[in-house]
Structures are given as C-alpha cells and as structure tokens.
Design a protein around this ligand. Structure first.
Ligand SMILES: Nc1ncnc2c1ncn2[C@@H]1O[C@H](COP(=O)(O)OP(=O)(O)OP(=O)(O)O)[C@@H](O)[C@H]1O
Length: 261
C-alpha cells in the first residue's frame, strides 16, 4: 500500500553457542563408610574443556569424590556418568576399560616405572590395551607417546629413565602419559604438591592448556590456593557437602573462602 512502510526483517538470531558434552556428571552422589556419610548428595556437571579445582580441609571428602568420579569407589547412592556412560551400570572389565581409555590420572606420587624409559612410561596405557593395533611408527603407541611428550616439551628426554629427570620433568611426563589416550577427563590429585612454586606453575600451565575447547576436562584436587586459581571454577567441600563454588577466584578469595569452612 502506498505510504506504508513494511516492517524491517527480523534481525537474524545469533547462532546458539555449542554446548560441549559433559565429561563428568555426578548426580546426587553420596558415599558412606559404615554409618558415616563421607559425601552428601554431591551434584556436579563438568563439560569437556573446563578446569575444575576441588578444595576443602583434610577429611572433607575430596579423595572420595575423586575416587567416585574415576569409578574406583562406588557411591552409596546417586549416579556417576563418565563420558556419557553410567559407571554403576558397567561391569568391572568395562569400567577398567572406560578408565583406561577416557580418563587420564596425574597424582602427586608419580607412579612412573623406573625400569622403563620415559617414552615407554608414556606409551604404557596404550600398550596395556589388549585391543591395541600396533600401527605405523607414527600412529603406534610409541609414536603417540612421542607426540604427547612433544606437547609437554620433553621429547628430547624420551629415551632417558625417569630417574634422570627432575621432579617437575617427571610430573610433566605424568601429564603426557595422562594425555596419550586422548581422554575426556583428566583427574589430578595434588599434582603440584611435591613441586617448588616455579615448577608447579609449569605443570599447572600444562593442565590449563590441556583443558581447552575440544580438549578434556580437568578435575584437580589441591590444597594450594595458587594452584586452584588457575582453574575456571573452584568447588569447596566441607564435611562431604558442596559448601561453595567460585568462578575464577583469585588466590586471596580462595583463602578467604577456605577460612570459612
Ligand atoms: N575406606 C574408608 N573407611 C572409613 N572411612 C573412610 C574411608 N575412606 C575415607 N574415609 C573417611 O572419609 C573422610 C573423607 O576422606 P577423604 O580421604 O575423602 O578426605 P580428603 O578431603 O581427601 O582428605 P585429605 O585432604 O586429608 O586427603 C575422612 O574422615 C576419612 O577418614
């Protein structure tokens, strides 16, 4: 109609941001030992590519949470979903395989085997997989180990025994070993507990860069506010319950929060 202006076309909607799949989900997880409740109804959803720190006083349930997340301990109630699989629904062989393929572990006591070279240690999770196909030198266990070692800056030490490396270098080897299977989740228990502050920052930087888009999620238990401040989010446990969750807190904010629980 003359004189009538037509309404402008609606602005295109921004495309929804893709939500990364969950690497780990805890839904109402409780864990008791005899009559004592160690975890109380813990809910947690950790998407791939995110870095979560778990803090709390000694005895607050951090290790129990980690063990339940890894399928190493069974919740008394609630469900743990790891890489889309309900852990309780799996038999022990499937659970072991799920852990080996989808989860990488980095612990304070490094568990590197002294009789093996650095390369062999990193390749071990692949060599233990009975279904593993040898592959070409590049795609086989040792080629993949070398690529993981390259990521942590230690390819030049691949032929050395772990004893010839510093503590920080050994912990970087442990990170390479955790990464070699391209897992969905890295579980780290006090990974910097035995390291000096500078070396600790190197290892934290590696974990931080690991939890990138398209990368695994990282769940790290730590007592160190400086380490926790590297994560996207810090969860505080108190007597087995989630007492608080902070987004990108500073070390100072973490100390303040810790003092409350
Ligand atoms: N197998 C078990 N049997 C009985 N009690 C247990 C068992 N495992 C853990 N507990 C108890 O559960 C509580 C939480 O233990 P957990 O190791 O999870 O705490 P934490 O926060 O990791 O402590 P820390 O920082 O000292 O490692 C503690 O009081 C502990 O004594």
């Amino acid at each position: 109609m003359p004189g009538r202006t037509s309404a402008p076309p609606p602005a295109p909607r921004p495309a929804p941001r893709p939500v990364p799949p969950l690497a780990l989900e805890l839904d109402g997880v409780s864990r008791s030992h005899s009559t004592r409740r160690v975890l109380h109804h813990v809910d947690l959803a950790l998407p791939r590519g995110r870095f979560l720190a778990v803090m709390g006083r000694s005895g607050s349930g951090k290790s129990t949470l980690l063990a339940c997340a890894a399928g190493l301990d069974r919740p008394t109630s609630g469900t743990v979903t790891l890489g889309g699989a309900d852990v309780a629904a799996l038999g022990e062989p499937e659970r072991t395989r799920l852990r080996r393929e989808r989860v990488g572990f980095v612990f304070q006591d490094l568990n590197l085997l002294p009789a093996l070279t650095v390369r062999e240690n990193v390749a071990l999770p692949l060599l233990l997989d009975e279904r593993h196909v040898p592959g070409t030198p590049h795609t086989g266990p040792f080629g993949r180990a070398d690529r993981a070692l390259e990521r942590v800056g230690l390819l030049d030490r691949a032929d050395a025994p772990p004893a010839e490396l510093s503590g920080g270098q050994r912990q970087r080897v442990a990170v390479a070993r955790a990464l070699v299977t391209a897992p969905e989740l890295i579980l780290a228990d006090e990974p910097t507990g035995a390291l000096d502050p500078v070396t600790a920052q190197e290892v934290l930087g590696l974990l931080r860069s690991t939890a990138a888009p398209d990368g695994p999620a990282v769940l790290m238990v730590t007592h160190d506010p400086v380490a926790a401040a590297v994560a996207d989010r810090t969860l505080f446990l108190a007597e087995g319950r989630i007492a608080a969750v902070l987004e990108r807190p500073s070390p100072g904010a973490i100390r303040t929060e810790l003092a409350r629980w």
